[in-house]
Ligand binder design. Sequence first.
Ligand code: ZN
Length: 175
Amino acid sequence: MKGAYVLILQLPLDLSVTIGSLGTHVLSKGTWLYVGSAMGNGSTSLERRVRRHFLSRKNIHWHIDYLLSETAFLQAAIIVESPSRAECKIAEALEKNMECIPGPKGFGSSDCTNHCISHVFQCPKIERPQETLMKVLKELEFEPQITCDGTIPLRPPKQQVLNGKDCVVADKEEI
Ligand SMILES: [Zn+2]
């Protein structure tokens, strides 16, 4: 499967983190969203990429790995199947439709064709990120699906509706 995904992250406390060549940044506690895409097959497929984000043990490769190796808790991932790269379009919608604020400059966005500031966003105004994000992605005419643990394929189509239930936020596993 090829397409894009949004990770919903919760920072329990402000986090000071050095993100490779981007330097050290302080990220405020609260809800953060990260947009990425995976357009390959096999090990570079959308399924494998999303599953990887949920692994607690992995090498640091992407900017997002720096946050996930710290205190950022991965609450859920929402995926959309797409034959073309959709991540920048989604990033734009997070900023415009959800009033999210771009994070560190260049975070996940160094190869964006439309010069996104960042692909990670703080979303302080969003109380129910899963529900809101599903709605925004549907408005963009995607068919979003949610996974709480990285398992894909997801539930059968009729049960994909969230029914107001969010993934349960638990303490991050000790690494
Ligand atoms: Zn972009």
